[in-house]
Write a protein that binds this ligand. Sequence first.
Ligand code: BDR
Ligand code: CA
Length: 313
Amino acid sequence: PRLLIIDTDPGVDDAMAILMACRSPHVKLIGLTTVYGNVPTALATANALRLLERAGLEGVPVAQGAARSLKAGTDVERIADFVHGADGFGDVGLPQPKGRAEECHAAEFLVRTIAAHPGRVTVLALAPLTNIAQALMLDPALGDKWADLIILGGAFFVNGNVNPAAEANIFGDPDAADLVLGSTERLRILGLDVTQQCRMTGAELEALRGRGPHGSFVADISRFYLGYHREWYGMDAIFLHDPTAMAAVLRPDLFEWRRGAVRVASEGVTKGQTVLDASAKGFHGHNGWEGWPRVQVALGVAAEEVVGLITQL
Ligand code: BDR
Ligand code: CA
């Protein structure tokens, strides 16, 4: 199996992705690193421990990361408690975790663990990219050492979900995102263009109860998240953002990937916008784009097959 580290802010859809990883015989989860986003960082850490304990994987280390974005000034981080509930899991009231996080920071954990298994570790980033950016600051050659980095983030040819231009994870730390996207060609990014095509209805969520070991848990924690989708999008279904990214780890062939450079707007009304240079030759000679790595961006998805894969969690 492939070795996998998930950087995460659990979060209902993060939980779905992590439980998929715990169940899959094709990956071996070797760590979770935590960051703010859906919840503050300390709660993300407690939730990561809770998920591992639920899956019987207490031995997998959790390393806590950044509590603020790279250039956090007077801004308070945007915490999406209105999407995931104050506890990140739809306010279902879970017991305290028994385990504890590692002593080291998430960025150090990433650098150390990837270096220990050169070319073998896939990193799945499901939250603002602060920890990944900090890891790249510690080791600028990290992109040559991981097997792959898969980022859940961005909105390329569709509206965002935080403002009309920006998706939440990129908006959470646009400077970190731009740094990561400028660091290596060896990464893939998938955003709302594909994740909003992958949905589960209220009835499908309820039907999970009869399936795998985590079906009832996922159905329980998803109620609040479904309520948010009903209210905001007027649909009786949830978007499967993070589990779609986990599906891309397991089955990249279910996505259409396009190569191009991506930069991120760091402020103003388009703060967090991901701009893809999809031109054949690239905008060389234009300010800020020359030499920018041409990464792989998912613009299409076999949604039914991806949702089928997620249903097996
Ligand atoms: C992303 O933002 C978070 O709320 C979700 O967990 C997902 O990672 C979707 O925009
Ligand atoms: Ca997430």
